[in-house]
Write a protein that binds this ligand. Structure first.
Ligand SMILES: O=C(O)c1cc(=O)[nH]c(=O)n1[C@@H]1O[C@H](COP(=O)(O)O)[C@@H](O)[C@H]1O
Length: 339
Protein backbone atom coordinates (compact mmCIF):
# COMPACT_ATOMS: atom_id res chain seq x y z
CA UNK A 1 0.00 0.00 0.00
CA UNK A 2 1.47 3.34 -0.97
CA UNK A 3 1.51 6.26 1.42
CA UNK A 4 -0.26 9.36 0.14
CA UNK A 5 1.76 12.51 -0.33
CA UNK A 6 0.86 14.92 2.43
CA UNK A 7 -1.75 17.45 1.49
CA UNK A 8 -2.66 16.09 -1.92
CA UNK A 9 -6.11 14.72 -1.15
CA UNK A 10 -8.13 17.72 -0.03
CA UNK A 11 -10.18 18.42 -3.15
CA UNK A 12 -13.33 16.33 -2.97
CA UNK A 13 -13.83 16.66 -6.74
CA UNK A 14 -10.49 15.04 -7.40
CA UNK A 15 -11.09 12.15 -5.04
CA UNK A 16 -12.45 9.88 -7.74
CA UNK A 17 -9.52 10.46 -10.09
CA UNK A 18 -6.96 10.12 -7.36
CA UNK A 19 -8.61 6.94 -6.24
CA UNK A 20 -7.68 4.96 -9.29
CA UNK A 21 -4.81 6.90 -10.79
CA UNK A 22 -2.09 4.64 -9.48
CA UNK A 23 -4.20 1.52 -9.31
CA UNK A 24 -2.35 -1.70 -9.90
CA UNK A 25 -4.50 -4.36 -11.51
CA UNK A 26 -6.24 -6.25 -8.76
CA UNK A 27 -8.59 -9.18 -8.99
CA UNK A 28 -12.14 -8.32 -7.93
CA UNK A 29 -12.76 -8.64 -4.22
CA UNK A 30 -15.37 -11.38 -4.68
CA UNK A 31 -12.90 -13.53 -6.56
CA UNK A 32 -10.23 -13.02 -3.92
CA UNK A 33 -12.67 -13.72 -1.12
CA UNK A 34 -13.97 -16.89 -2.74
CA UNK A 35 -10.40 -18.14 -3.06
CA UNK A 36 -9.53 -17.23 0.53
CA UNK A 37 -12.64 -19.02 1.80
CA UNK A 38 -11.86 -22.10 -0.30
CA UNK A 39 -8.33 -22.20 1.09
CA UNK A 40 -8.88 -21.18 4.69
CA UNK A 41 -12.56 -21.58 5.45
CA UNK A 42 -15.51 -19.29 6.19
CA UNK A 43 -14.24 -17.44 9.25
CA UNK A 44 -13.65 -13.73 9.59
CA UNK A 45 -11.90 -12.74 12.80
CA UNK A 46 -13.29 -9.48 14.12
CA UNK A 47 -10.67 -7.23 15.65
CA UNK A 48 -12.69 -5.30 18.20
CA UNK A 49 -10.31 -3.78 20.75
CA UNK A 50 -12.85 -2.99 23.44
CA UNK A 51 -11.28 -1.17 26.42
CA UNK A 52 -12.52 -4.01 28.65
CA UNK A 53 -10.63 -6.54 26.54
CA UNK A 54 -7.42 -4.50 26.63
CA UNK A 55 -7.79 -4.53 30.38
CA UNK A 56 -8.48 -8.26 30.48
CA UNK A 57 -5.37 -8.86 28.38
CA UNK A 58 -3.30 -6.83 30.84
CA UNK A 59 -2.55 -4.19 28.21
CA UNK A 60 -2.30 -0.49 28.97
CA UNK A 61 -5.12 1.81 27.89
CA UNK A 62 -2.85 3.52 25.40
CA UNK A 63 -2.30 3.52 21.65
CA UNK A 64 0.54 1.08 22.27
CA UNK A 65 -1.88 -1.27 24.02
CA UNK A 66 -4.29 -0.93 21.12
CA UNK A 67 -1.54 -1.82 18.67
CA UNK A 68 -0.29 -4.82 20.64
CA UNK A 69 -3.84 -6.12 20.94
CA UNK A 70 -4.51 -5.73 17.23
CA UNK A 71 -1.27 -7.32 16.09
CA UNK A 72 -1.80 -10.34 18.34
CA UNK A 73 -5.27 -10.83 16.89
CA UNK A 74 -3.80 -10.61 13.40
CA UNK A 75 -1.12 -13.13 14.21
CA UNK A 76 -3.72 -15.54 15.54
CA UNK A 77 -5.83 -15.18 12.40
CA UNK A 78 -3.01 -15.49 9.87
CA UNK A 79 -3.23 -18.65 7.80
CA UNK A 80 -6.45 -19.71 9.57
CA UNK A 81 -9.05 -17.13 8.66
CA UNK A 82 -10.13 -15.81 5.30
CA UNK A 83 -10.44 -12.25 6.54
CA UNK A 84 -10.20 -9.90 9.46
CA UNK A 85 -12.68 -7.17 10.29
CA UNK A 86 -11.28 -4.33 12.36
CA UNK A 87 -14.09 -2.45 14.10
CA UNK A 88 -13.36 1.14 13.11
CA UNK A 89 -15.27 2.70 16.02
CA UNK A 90 -12.87 1.17 18.50
CA UNK A 91 -9.90 2.82 16.73
CA UNK A 92 -11.71 6.08 16.07
CA UNK A 93 -12.28 6.43 19.81
CA UNK A 94 -8.54 7.04 20.14
CA UNK A 95 -8.48 9.89 17.63
CA UNK A 96 -5.51 10.21 15.32
CA UNK A 97 -3.47 7.74 17.37
CA UNK A 98 -6.15 5.12 16.82
CA UNK A 99 -6.24 5.74 13.09
CA UNK A 100 -2.45 5.40 12.95
CA UNK A 101 -2.79 1.98 14.55
CA UNK A 102 -5.61 1.05 12.19
CA UNK A 103 -3.47 2.00 9.18
CA UNK A 104 -0.80 -0.37 10.42
CA UNK A 105 -3.32 -3.14 11.05
CA UNK A 106 -4.60 -2.84 7.48
CA UNK A 107 -1.06 -2.95 6.07
CA UNK A 108 -0.07 -5.92 8.19
CA UNK A 109 -3.25 -7.79 7.31
CA UNK A 110 -2.32 -7.47 3.63
CA UNK A 111 1.22 -8.67 4.38
CA UNK A 112 -0.28 -11.71 6.16
CA UNK A 113 -2.52 -12.51 3.17
CA UNK A 114 -5.60 -11.74 5.23
CA UNK A 115 -8.38 -9.86 3.48
CA UNK A 116 -9.40 -6.80 5.46
CA UNK A 117 -12.96 -5.59 5.95
CA UNK A 118 -13.08 -2.16 7.55
CA UNK A 119 -16.21 -2.18 9.67
CA UNK A 120 -17.05 1.49 9.30
CA UNK A 121 -20.77 1.22 8.43
CA UNK A 122 -20.58 4.34 6.31
CA UNK A 123 -23.61 5.89 4.63
CA UNK A 124 -24.28 9.52 3.72
CA UNK A 125 -25.66 11.73 0.99
CA UNK A 126 -23.90 11.02 -2.30
CA UNK A 127 -21.47 13.94 -2.36
CA UNK A 128 -20.21 13.16 1.14
CA UNK A 129 -20.28 9.47 0.39
CA UNK A 130 -17.59 10.06 -2.25
CA UNK A 131 -15.23 11.17 0.50
CA UNK A 132 -16.01 8.13 2.66
CA UNK A 133 -15.49 5.94 -0.38
CA UNK A 134 -12.12 7.52 -1.07
CA UNK A 135 -11.05 7.00 2.53
CA UNK A 136 -11.77 3.26 2.62
CA UNK A 137 -11.62 2.12 -0.99
CA UNK A 138 -9.13 4.20 -2.94
CA UNK A 139 -5.69 2.92 -3.79
CA UNK A 140 -3.86 5.90 -2.36
CA UNK A 141 -5.62 6.11 0.97
CA UNK A 142 -3.68 5.01 4.06
CA UNK A 143 -6.94 3.51 5.33
CA UNK A 144 -7.73 1.51 2.18
CA UNK A 145 -9.14 -1.90 3.05
CA UNK A 146 -10.14 -4.79 0.83
CA UNK A 147 -13.78 -4.07 1.67
CA UNK A 148 -15.88 -1.78 3.82
CA UNK A 149 -19.27 -2.12 5.50
CA UNK A 150 -21.96 0.34 4.35
CA UNK A 151 -25.30 1.44 5.78
CA UNK A 152 -27.98 1.89 3.09
CA UNK A 153 -30.52 3.58 5.27
CA UNK A 154 -30.08 6.96 3.57
CA UNK A 155 -31.24 5.09 0.48
CA UNK A 156 -29.34 2.43 -1.43
CA UNK A 157 -28.63 4.90 -4.23
CA UNK A 158 -26.71 7.15 -1.84
CA UNK A 159 -24.04 4.44 -1.69
CA UNK A 160 -23.31 4.78 -5.41
CA UNK A 161 -19.89 6.50 -5.06
CA UNK A 162 -18.66 3.65 -2.87
CA UNK A 163 -20.14 0.92 -5.04
CA UNK A 164 -18.55 2.38 -8.15
CA UNK A 165 -15.17 3.06 -6.58
CA UNK A 166 -15.04 -0.43 -5.11
CA UNK A 167 -15.68 -1.88 -8.52
CA UNK A 168 -12.98 0.28 -10.10
CA UNK A 169 -10.35 -0.59 -7.53
CA UNK A 170 -11.15 -4.28 -7.15
CA UNK A 171 -12.46 -3.81 -3.65
CA UNK A 172 -15.66 -4.92 -1.99
CA UNK A 173 -18.63 -3.61 -0.05
CA UNK A 174 -20.92 -5.20 2.51
CA UNK A 175 -24.30 -3.51 2.73
CA UNK A 176 -26.31 -3.85 5.94
CA UNK A 177 -29.53 -5.75 5.22
CA UNK A 178 -30.73 -7.61 8.32
CA UNK A 179 -28.54 -6.75 11.22
CA UNK A 180 -27.89 -8.95 14.23
CA UNK A 181 -29.30 -6.54 16.82
CA UNK A 182 -32.95 -6.85 17.83
CA UNK A 183 -33.62 -3.14 17.21
CA UNK A 184 -32.85 -3.57 13.50
CA UNK A 185 -36.22 -5.17 12.89
CA UNK A 186 -38.00 -1.87 13.59
CA UNK A 187 -36.55 -0.49 10.35
CA UNK A 188 -35.53 -3.50 8.28
CA UNK A 189 -38.72 -5.56 8.62
CA UNK A 190 -41.01 -2.67 7.77
CA UNK A 191 -43.32 -3.65 4.93
CA UNK A 192 -43.57 -7.32 5.91
CA UNK A 193 -43.71 -9.32 2.70
CA UNK A 194 -42.64 -6.09 0.96
CA UNK A 195 -39.85 -5.36 3.38
CA UNK A 196 -37.13 -2.72 3.47
CA UNK A 197 -34.55 -5.50 3.81
CA UNK A 198 -35.96 -7.20 0.72
CA UNK A 199 -35.42 -4.00 -1.24
CA UNK A 200 -31.79 -3.89 -0.10
CA UNK A 201 -31.19 -7.50 -1.14
CA UNK A 202 -32.74 -6.83 -4.54
CA UNK A 203 -30.58 -3.74 -5.04
CA UNK A 204 -27.42 -5.70 -4.16
CA UNK A 205 -28.45 -8.47 -6.57
CA UNK A 206 -28.84 -5.91 -9.33
CA UNK A 207 -25.46 -4.43 -8.49
CA UNK A 208 -23.84 -7.82 -8.85
CA UNK A 209 -25.73 -8.48 -12.07
CA UNK A 210 -24.19 -5.29 -13.46
CA UNK A 211 -20.71 -6.33 -12.27
CA UNK A 212 -21.02 -9.63 -14.09
CA UNK A 213 -22.29 -7.92 -17.21
CA UNK A 214 -19.32 -5.54 -16.97
CA UNK A 215 -21.49 -2.52 -17.39
CA UNK A 216 -22.75 0.34 -15.33
CA UNK A 217 -26.37 -0.66 -15.46
CA UNK A 218 -26.67 -0.43 -11.72
CA UNK A 219 -25.39 3.12 -11.60
CA UNK A 220 -27.56 4.32 -14.45
CA UNK A 221 -30.83 3.13 -13.02
CA UNK A 222 -32.55 3.14 -9.70
CA UNK A 223 -35.79 2.41 -11.51
CA UNK A 224 -37.41 -0.54 -13.15
CA UNK A 225 -34.39 -2.06 -14.88
CA UNK A 226 -33.04 -5.24 -13.32
CA UNK A 227 -34.28 -6.30 -9.96
CA UNK A 228 -34.38 -3.13 -7.90
CA UNK A 229 -38.04 -2.42 -7.85
CA UNK A 230 -37.91 -1.15 -4.35
CA UNK A 231 -39.07 -3.08 -1.39
CA UNK A 232 -40.51 -6.48 -1.53
CA UNK A 233 -40.36 -10.20 -1.34
CA UNK A 234 -37.72 -11.09 -3.85
CA UNK A 235 -38.56 -14.64 -4.81
CA UNK A 236 -39.68 -13.50 -8.27
CA UNK A 237 -36.71 -11.22 -8.84
CA UNK A 238 -33.94 -13.69 -9.35
CA UNK A 239 -31.29 -12.61 -11.80
CA UNK A 240 -29.54 -15.93 -12.06
CA UNK A 241 -26.20 -15.65 -10.55
CA UNK A 242 -24.34 -18.90 -10.64
CA UNK A 243 -22.22 -17.80 -13.59
CA UNK A 244 -20.04 -15.24 -11.85
CA UNK A 245 -16.42 -15.76 -12.84
CA UNK A 246 -14.49 -16.93 -9.81
CA UNK A 247 -17.62 -17.65 -7.83
CA UNK A 248 -18.68 -14.49 -6.03
CA UNK A 249 -19.42 -10.94 -7.00
CA UNK A 250 -17.99 -8.12 -4.94
CA UNK A 251 -21.02 -6.47 -3.42
CA UNK A 252 -22.07 -8.36 -0.34
CA UNK A 253 -24.63 -7.97 2.39
CA UNK A 254 -24.55 -8.14 6.16
CA UNK A 255 -27.09 -10.48 7.68
CA UNK A 256 -26.80 -11.41 11.31
CA UNK A 257 -26.47 -15.09 12.15
CA UNK A 258 -28.98 -14.31 14.88
CA UNK A 259 -31.93 -13.56 12.58
CA UNK A 260 -33.45 -17.01 13.04
CA UNK A 261 -36.48 -17.48 10.85
CA UNK A 262 -36.78 -13.85 9.79
CA UNK A 263 -35.62 -14.53 6.25
CA UNK A 264 -38.37 -17.05 5.73
CA UNK A 265 -40.97 -14.91 7.45
CA UNK A 266 -40.13 -11.98 5.18
CA UNK A 267 -40.09 -14.21 2.09
CA UNK A 268 -36.46 -13.44 1.26
CA UNK A 269 -34.49 -15.68 -1.07
CA UNK A 270 -30.74 -15.16 -0.74
CA UNK A 271 -29.99 -17.05 -3.94
CA UNK A 272 -30.52 -13.83 -5.89
CA UNK A 273 -27.45 -12.23 -4.37
CA UNK A 274 -24.46 -14.02 -5.78
CA UNK A 275 -22.34 -11.86 -3.51
CA UNK A 276 -20.86 -12.79 -0.17
CA UNK A 277 -22.83 -12.68 3.06
CA UNK A 278 -21.04 -11.34 6.10
CA UNK A 279 -22.68 -12.92 9.11
CA UNK A 280 -21.87 -11.40 12.50
CA UNK A 281 -23.62 -12.75 15.55
CA UNK A 282 -21.75 -16.04 15.63
CA UNK A 283 -20.08 -16.52 19.01
CA UNK A 284 -20.60 -13.80 21.58
CA UNK A 285 -24.10 -12.85 20.36
CA UNK A 286 -25.31 -16.40 20.73
CA UNK A 287 -25.48 -18.02 17.28
CA UNK A 288 -23.53 -21.27 17.00
CA UNK A 289 -22.24 -22.88 13.81
CA UNK A 290 -25.40 -24.93 13.33
CA UNK A 291 -27.51 -21.81 13.62
CA UNK A 292 -25.36 -20.17 10.93
CA UNK A 293 -25.91 -23.17 8.64
CA UNK A 294 -29.65 -23.18 9.32
CA UNK A 295 -30.16 -19.47 8.73
CA UNK A 296 -28.25 -19.47 5.45
CA UNK A 297 -29.57 -22.75 4.08
CA UNK A 298 -28.96 -22.97 0.36
CA UNK A 299 -26.36 -20.22 0.20
CA UNK A 300 -24.16 -21.43 3.00
CA UNK A 301 -21.17 -21.60 0.61
CA UNK A 302 -21.25 -17.81 0.33
CA UNK A 303 -21.26 -17.10 4.07
CA UNK A 304 -18.36 -15.50 5.88
CA UNK A 305 -19.12 -15.76 9.58
CA UNK A 306 -17.58 -13.17 11.87
CA UNK A 307 -16.47 -13.77 15.41
CA UNK A 308 -14.96 -10.96 17.42
CA UNK A 309 -15.34 -11.34 21.20
CA UNK A 310 -15.84 -15.11 20.87
CA UNK A 311 -12.21 -15.33 19.75
CA UNK A 312 -10.75 -12.32 21.52
CA UNK A 313 -11.93 -13.52 24.93
CA UNK A 314 -9.19 -16.16 24.67
CA UNK A 315 -6.34 -13.63 24.76
CA UNK A 316 -3.83 -12.44 25.68
CA UNK A 317 -1.70 -15.33 24.50
CA UNK A 318 -1.41 -15.67 20.74
CA UNK A 319 -1.37 -19.40 21.18
CA UNK A 320 -4.75 -19.62 22.89
CA UNK A 321 -6.19 -17.05 20.51
CA UNK A 322 -4.98 -19.17 17.64
CA UNK A 323 -6.56 -22.26 19.14
CA UNK A 324 -9.86 -20.39 19.39
CA UNK A 325 -9.56 -19.34 15.75
CA UNK A 326 -8.85 -22.93 14.72
CA UNK A 327 -11.85 -24.21 16.67
CA UNK A 328 -14.19 -21.64 15.14
CA UNK A 329 -12.85 -22.27 11.68
CA UNK A 330 -13.25 -26.04 12.13
CA UNK A 331 -16.83 -25.96 13.35
CA UNK A 332 -17.93 -23.40 10.78
CA UNK A 333 -16.27 -25.30 7.93
CA UNK A 334 -18.01 -28.48 8.97
CA UNK A 335 -21.42 -26.86 9.44
CA UNK A 336 -21.29 -24.79 6.26
CA UNK A 337 -19.90 -27.34 3.85
CA UNK A 338 -22.22 -27.80 0.88
CA UNK A 339 -24.42 -30.83 1.35
O1 LIG B 1 -21.41 -4.92 10.21
C1 LIG B 1 -21.10 -5.67 11.15
O2 LIG B 1 -20.04 -6.26 11.14
C2 LIG B 1 -22.11 -5.97 12.16
C3 LIG B 1 -23.42 -5.99 11.73
C4 LIG B 1 -24.40 -6.54 12.55
O3 LIG B 1 -25.54 -6.68 12.17
N1 LIG B 1 -24.05 -6.96 13.80
C5 LIG B 1 -22.76 -6.88 14.27
O4 LIG B 1 -22.50 -7.34 15.37
N2 LIG B 1 -21.78 -6.32 13.47
C6 LIG B 1 -20.41 -6.14 13.99
O5 LIG B 1 -19.81 -7.41 14.17
C7 LIG B 1 -19.03 -7.43 15.38
C8 LIG B 1 -19.61 -8.48 16.29
O6 LIG B 1 -18.83 -8.65 17.42
P1 LIG B 1 -18.99 -9.88 18.41
O7 LIG B 1 -20.40 -9.88 18.87
O8 LIG B 1 -18.03 -9.55 19.51
O9 LIG B 1 -18.62 -11.14 17.67
C9 LIG B 1 -19.06 -6.02 15.93
O10 LIG B 1 -17.92 -5.33 15.44
C10 LIG B 1 -20.32 -5.42 15.35
O11 LIG B 1 -20.24 -4.02 15.17
Amino acid sequence: MTEPAAGDRHDADSLDDAATSAAAPREPFGVRLARAMAERGPLCVGIDPHPSLLDAWGLPATAQGLETFSLRALEAAAGQAAAVKPQVALYEAWGSAGFTVLERVLREAADAQLLSIADAKRGDIGSTMAAYAAAWLSDDSPLAADAVTLSPYLGFGSLRPALDLARRTGRGTFVLALTSNPEGAGVQHVGGADSVAGGILAAVARENGAERAGDDAASSSEGPRGVDRGRGSNRDQIVTSSDAPGGLSSCGVVIGATVGEDLERLGLDLRILNGPILAPGYGAQGADADAVATVFGQVRGTVLANSSRGVLAHGPSVRSLREAVERARGELSEALQER
